[in-house]
Each structure stands twice: as structure tokens, then as C-alpha cells.
Design a protein around this ligand. Structure first.
Ligand SMILES: Cc1cc2nc3c(=O)[nH]c(=O)nc-3n(C[C@H](O)[C@H](O)[C@H](O)COP(=O)(O)OP(=O)(O)OC[C@H]3O[C@@H](n4cnc5c(N)ncnc54)[C@H](O)[C@@H]3O)c2cc1C
Length: 412
């Protein structure tokens, strides 16, 4: 993570004059108004204004959106005051009543973590020079020992940790009160776990690969770093595999569907014929939804050929001669990716960390929940789930093909 840069400190360090405004009204609304007015800095006064920690926090948040530096004048040159203001995010402090070199040294030490200063963390790990590293092998045995000795002395040892295994370990050492997390940490981790970004209108244009391992994806909006990448691009699977430097045994073919003008209810089920090769059902709006198999040539156009729609409609009319008088309202086509054995590929690729889910052909909708679930398992565990183990890319090398159209849920 990049630390926020202190523009004010840099500017005065470079000898550039900084014009500011004193803010004493203790109001986040006031700060929001003046923060956008073009001042280099704003002083939030806690020494002679009715500010408390919470009101200063609100003013810092209000100022954060603007190109100005908020400086907090703390009420006193006091370790606790300074620590608490730093903890809520104040980056620049004005410390009153610093009259001697010793007072200046103290003020600075209150802003530095051990061993450089005395800020906040007065724990063993910080004193040993490993701030925050309670699991460090140089720190952990000392914590264990301290817990055991405090317990032997008849007192109650306690500790805070966010790691369940450490909590169990210190309970075994004799700790009597153990906090196993903090609300802020839980919220941050929970929010992080939800961190799914859907970036629209952002095609992947390539892969960054080093030593056979994927490093991330190049996109039209820039590079996205990623240790693992899952590809589920259906008709474009072969194109994307080409960009990653390997070939897939899939062909991309147009598949089309047609919708008739709406009519009164005539069909309450899906009719699918393998003999004449077509399917038809009626939507709630009354339209007949009609389709068949993929076009017989490779293509990336999002439309189907006239020959297939003519054959399909001929087949439907053979099944239902009365449909002959209907007009088609619209027709559209997509691209489907078809494997030689008509079964999907879900698993690893020759590029380490790059996974693929493709080859669903004309029947991938209905499989999406299950296919997504085993794909996620495969990526998380870096090995396939038992359900998709056989659907590997490797089967086209070993010859263990899955010669059943039903595997992709296609009945036609
Ligand atoms: C006309 C038609 C009718 C169908 N009818 C049925 C049906 O009745 N039942 C059924 O089960 N299945 C049906 N299917 C098949 C089904 O649509 C597919 O199998 C399924 O959508 C595949 O899901 P997917 O998530 O793998 O790919 P898709 O749903 O195709 O999604 C792939 C996504 O990847 C995106 N993409 C491609 N290249 C890039 C790139 N370079 N960068 C970023 N994104 C990219 C695409 O824009 C697309 O949004 C039909 C398909 C068609 C065309």
C-alpha cells in the first residue's frame, strides 16, 4: 500500500509558501465549504475551539476529498492526545506549548512507533523491534513464557489476536481472556471478501506471463495484476487461448434462435425433435421461441445463416403444419464454442494460474450454476473438483474423451 503523501510538508520543505485558513467553528460542513476554496492548508483547532476527537474526525473526512492539507492543532503536547489524533488519520499536527528542546523531542517521540518513539504500541513485539509481528519466532516464545508466568503468579493473562490458531495456542498456554478479532478488522476483511469488481466495456486484450505463470491481464483500460485468472468467454475461448500462447480443441460457430409474432396459447411444453432437428416452445407473451443446432461453419459474426433458419422452420412446420402461417418477429445469433467430443473443458491450462471454462456449445445456460461452482473450486484449490476432473483439457492428449452430448445438456 502506498502511504499518503503529505503535500503541505513537501511544499514547505521545498520553500514554497503555503496560504491557509484557521477553522474554529468545529463543523464538518464549514470545513467542506472552505476546503474547496483553494487554500493550501486549513487548521482544525482543538486547543481553543469546542472540538473533540469525533468532531475532528468528521472534519478530516470532509477535507479528504479536496486538494488542501488539514492540520490539527492538538489541545496539548500530550502523548495520549497526539496518539489519538494520529489514529483517526491526522497527518499534520500543530503542537502548542513547545518551549524547550526536550518538549520538542517529546512531541516527536509521541508521533513515532517504537523503537523510534513511544506512539501507541507499548507491547512486547514493538519493544523487541518487531512491531505487529506477534507470530515472529523471536517474539512468540516470549509471549508464551509471559502468559505461563503470569498464570503461575496467580494473575489473569490476556491477549488480543486476529488469528484463530494463535488464539487457540495462547489459550493452551494459559491465557484467561483472549480477544479473537476486532470489529474493524472483521468489517474490513468482510468487505474485502466481497470485493468483486465488474468492469464493463473493458475487453481483455492479452495476458502477462512470466516463467510459464500468469501475472495478470492486459485490458483496454490498463493492466490488472492477478495471481490467478479464470477464462469463461465461450465463443472467444479459442481467441483468448491464442493470446495466452496455447491452442484449444474448440471451434467457434454461430448459433441462432427465432421468435414468432405472439399468438394465443397453443403450446404448454418444450417440443424438441432429434429426428427433424428443431425445438419450439411458447413464451408467456405468446411468442414461439424456435431454434436448432449450430451453423455448420466457423464464424464470429453475431448472426446465423439463412440456410439454418430455413431448415429449422421447415422442421417446425413438419411438426406443426398450422405454424406455417406465422411470421417471424426476430432472429439473432451468438457464438458457441464446441469441442470435438461436445463436452465442456473446465480446468487448468498449460499456463500456470490460468484456468479455463469453455466448450459448452449450445447448452451452457442451464449448466452455469454448477459449472461456476466447480470452476471456483478448481481455481481456489488449484486442482479440479471430483465432478469436473474428467473434463480436463488434457483428455484431448490422453484420449479419455467424453463422447456424450448429454454432458453439455444438449439433446439435439
Ligand atoms: C442463440 C442461442 C441460444 C442458446 N440457447 C440455449 C438454451 O436454450 N439453453 C442453454 O443451456 N444454453 C443455450 N445457449 C448456450 C449458452 O448461451 C452458452 O452456453 C452460455 O451462455 C455460455 O456461458 P459462458 O458464461 O461460458 O459464456 P457467455 O455467456 O457467452 O459469456 C462470455 C462473456 O465473455 C465476454 N468476452 C469475450 N471475449 C472477451 C474479452 N476479450 N474480454 C472480456 N470479456 C470477453 C463476452 O462479452 C461475454 O459476456 C444458447 C446460445 C445461443 C447463442
Amino acid at each position: 500500500m502506498d502511504l499518503p503523501q503529505n503535500a503541505f510538508k513537501r511544499a514547505i520543505g521545498a520553500g514554497r509558501t503555503q496560504i491557509g485558513l484557521w477553522s474554529s467553528l468545529s463543523s464538518s460542513y464549514t470545513v467542506e465549504v472552505i476546503a474547496g476554496a483553494g487554500f493550501d492548508w486549513i487548521l482544525l483547532d482543538s486547543e481553543h475551539s469546542p472540538n473533540d476527537l469525533e468532531s475532528v474526525l468528521g472534519q478530516l473526512q470532509a477535507a479528504a476529498a479536496y486538494p488542501t492539507t488539514p492540520i490539527v492543532r492538538v489541545p496539548w503536547n500530550d502523548m495520549v492526545m497526539i496518539k489519538r489524533h494520529l489514529d483517526i488519520g491526522a497527518q499534520s499536527l500543530l503542537v502548542p506549548y513547545v518551549s524547550t528542546a526536550e518538549e520538542a523531542r517529546s512531541a516527536v517521540s509521541y508521533t513515532r512507533y517504537p523503537p523510534a518513539g513511544v506512539r501507541g504500541v507499548a507491547d512486547l513485539h514493538a519493544s523487541l523491534g518487531y512491531p505487529g509481528e506477534t507470530a515472529n519466532p523471536k517474539v512468540k516464545p516470549l509471549i508464551d513464557d509471559a502468559i505461563r508466568r503470569i498464570r503461575r503468579a496467580g494473575k489473569a493473562p490476556g491477549i488480543l489476536t486476529g488469528v484463530e490458531a494463535d488464539a487457540r495456542h495462547w489459550l493452551e498456554c494459559g491465557a484467561l481472556f483472549v480477544a479473537i478479532g476486532a470489529d474493524v478488522g472483521l468489517l474490513a476483511r468482510g468487505a474485502d471478501a466481497l470485493g468483486v469488481d465488474i468492469i464493463q466495456e473493458c475487453p481483455v486484450t492479452g495476458f502477462r506471463i512470466a516463467d510459464g505463470r500468469v501475472q495478470g491481464v492486459e485490458t483496454a483500460k490498463g493492466f490488472i495484476k492477478a495471481g490467478k485468472v479464470g477464462l469463461a468467454v465461450a465463443g472467444h475461448a479459442g481467441v483468448m487461448a491464442g493470446l495466452a500462447g496455447f491452442r484449444l480443441p474448440v471451434t467457434s460457430q454461430p448459433l441462432q434462435a427465432l421468435v414468432s409474432e405472439p399468438i394465443k396459447p397453443v403450446l404448454d411444453t418444450v417440443i424438441m425433435s432429434g429426428a427433424v432437428h428443431a425445438y419450439v416452445s411458447q413464451s408467456d407473451k405468446g411468442e414461439l421461441v424456435i431454434g436448432a443446432g449450430a451453423d455448420r461453419y466457423i464464424g464470429y459474426g453475431q448472426r446465423g445463416s439463412f440456410q439454418v433458419s430455413e431448415d429449422t422452420l421447415g422442421a417446425i412446420c413438419e411438426l406443426f403444419p398450422s405454424f406455417r402461417r406465422l411470421r417471424m418477429m426476430r432472429q439473432w445469433g451468438g457464438i458457441v464454442d464446441i469441442c470435438p467430443d461436445a463436452s465442456p473443458i473446465i480446468g487448468k491450462t498449460p499456463v500456470e494460474g490460468l484456468y479455463i471454462n469453455c466448450g459448452w456449445g449450445t447448452g451452457g445456460f442451464k449448466a452455469t450454476p454448477g459449472s461456476g461452482w466447480v470452476f471456483a473450486q478448481t481455481i481456489a484449490n488449484e486442482r479440479p473438483h471430483a465432478l469436473n476432473a474428467a473434463f480436463s483439457l488434457d483428455r484431448f492428449r490422453t484420449g479419455y474423451l467424453i463422447d456424450e452430448h448429454g454432458a453439455a445438456g444438449v439433446a439435439h
